[in-house]
Design a protein around this ligand. Structure first.
Ligand SMILES: Nc1ncnc2c1ncn2[C@@H]1O[C@H](COP(=O)(O)OP(=O)(O)OP(=O)(O)O)[C@@H](O)[C@H]1O
Ligand SMILES: [Mg+2]
Length: 303
C-alpha cells in the first residue's frame, strides 16, 4: 500500500534511515523538495555512492513499485518507452486476409492497446494498478545524446506522444530519479527540469554510520580502521577511487577472513576488493599501504 509523502526534511531523512539509507542533509532536502514539488531528482556523482540505491529506498519508503530504465548505448524509444508488436500485427493481418475480415476495422485496431508493448517509461506514466511508481532512469550518461531530447516531454509534462495512438499522460506523476556518473555532461534542458544534487563521497562519520547499517556485525574497531583507511585512500591520486559499495565489500571480505584490525599484509592481499585497476593497486600496494596504516595509527594514538 502506498504511504504518504514525508512532511519535512527530518522525516525524509528518518524514513530513509529506517530503510538503512544514510542520507546527508543536503540530499534529504533535495529529495524532500523533489517529492513535494513533483519534480524529477537528478543525481550526479562518484560511482558507488548511493545514487541508484536512493531510488530503491524512496520506492520502499513510499510503498510504490520501482520501474527501472537502465540506460545504455543505442537505447531508443522502442527500448525505453514503447514498441508496436509487429509480429502480432502481421499475424493478425494474415488471419484477417484468410478469413476475409473487415479491413477497415482491422486497420483501426492494428495500432491499439492490444499491439502496444509497454516499456519502462510508458509503464511509469500509465501504471497497470494506477499507483504512480518510482521511475529510476539510471546512468543516463550511458545513453546517446539524442535520447535526452525525447526525455524532455516525459520530464516536463509527464506524458508521451505516440503518433499512431495518441498522447499518454500520467494522471498522477511518478516520482522520477535520474542518475549519471558524469562520463559526459547531460544537456542543460534535461537538468533544468530537475532538482540537482551532487552525490560525493561521505565523510568518515557518515561512512561509519552506513557501515553500521549495512554490515551490522562488524567489530567497531575494524569498521573505524576501514573507514579511516578508505578515506585516506581517497585523498591519493588514483585512477578510480573506492566508493561506499567498495567499503562495504571490503568490510565483508575482512570479516570473512576473521580480521580484527588492519595489518599491511591483509590490506595488500585484499586491495582487489577496493581498487579495480592494476595501476592503482600497484601504486599503493606495499610501501604506500604501510605508510598509510602507520599514519593512521599515529593519528589514533592518544597524545
Ligand atoms: N547513503 C547510503 N546509505 C546506505 N547505504 C549506501 C549509501 N550509499 C551507498 N550505499 C551502499 O552502497 C551500495 C552502492 O550504492 P549504489 O549502487 O546506489 O551506488 P551508485 O552511486 O548507483 O553507483 P554507480 O554509479 O556505480 O551505479 C548500495 O548497495 C548500498 O548498500
Ligand atoms: Mg548506480
Amino acid at each position: 500500500m502506498a504511504s504518504a509523502l514525508p512532511a519535512s526534511i527530518d522525516e525524509t531523512a528518518a524514513r530513509l534511515l529506517a530503510l538503512d539509507y544514510v542520507a546527508e542533509r543536503a540530499l534529504a532536502t533535495t529529495a524532500f523538495l523533489a517529492l513535494k514539488l513533483e519534480r524529477p531528482l537528478f543525481l550526479e556523482g562518484e560511482p558507488g555512492t548511493g545514487k541508484t540505491e536512493i531510488a530503491k529506498a524512496l520506492a520502499a519508503m513510499l510503498g510504490r513499485p520501482l520501474v527501472r530504465l537502465q540506460c545504455h548505448e543505442g537505447l531508443d524509444l522502442a527500448g525505453a518507452a514503447y514498441e508496436w508488436n509487429y509480429a502480432r500485427q502481421m499475424l493478425e493481418i494474415r488471419l484477417a486476409e484468410a478469413t476475409g475480415a473487415d479491413r477497415e476495422r482491422l486497420a483501426a485496431e492494428l495500432f491499439g492497446e492490444r499491439f502496444l508493448i509497454r516499456r519502462a517509461l510508458l509503464q511509469a506514466l500509465d501504471p497497470p494498478d494506477g499507483l504512480p511508481p518510482v521511475l529510476l532512469i539510471d546512468e543516463l550518461d550511458r545513453a546517446d545524446e539524442p535520447f535526452e531530447a525525447f526525455l524532455l516531454e516525459v520530464l516536463s509534462d509527464f506524458q508521451i506522444t505516440i503518433p499512431e495512438y495518441g498522447t499518454v499522460r500520467a494522471t498522477a506523476p511518478p516520482v522520477v530519479v535520474l542518475t549519471s556518473n558524469r562520463t559526459r555532461e547531460i544537456h542543460d534542458a534535461v537538468k533544468r527540469r530537475c532538482l540537482y544534487h551532487w552525490v560525493g563521497f561521505p565523510d568518515a562519520e557518515r561512512e561509519r554510520a552506513i557501515l553500521a547499517r549495512r554490515v551490522p556485525g562488524a567489530p567497531e574497531a575494524l569498521s573505524r580502521g576501514i573507514v579511516d583507511f578508505v578515506q585516506a585512500l581517497r585523498a591519493i591520486e588514483l585512477y578510480k577511487l573506492p566508493g561506499i559499495a567498495e567499503t562495504i565489500e571490503w568490510t565483508r571480505a575482512l570479516m570473512a577472513l576473521d580480521a580484527v584490525e588492519l595489518d599491511p599484509a591483509t590490506v595488500d592481499d585484499t586491495l582487489g576488493v577496493l581498487l579495480k585497476y592494476q595501476d592503482d593497486i600497484a601504486r599503493v600496494q606495499g610501501a604506500e599501504v604501510a605508510r598509510l596504516l602507520q599514519e593512521l595509527r599515529q593519528a589514533a594514538a592518544p597524545r
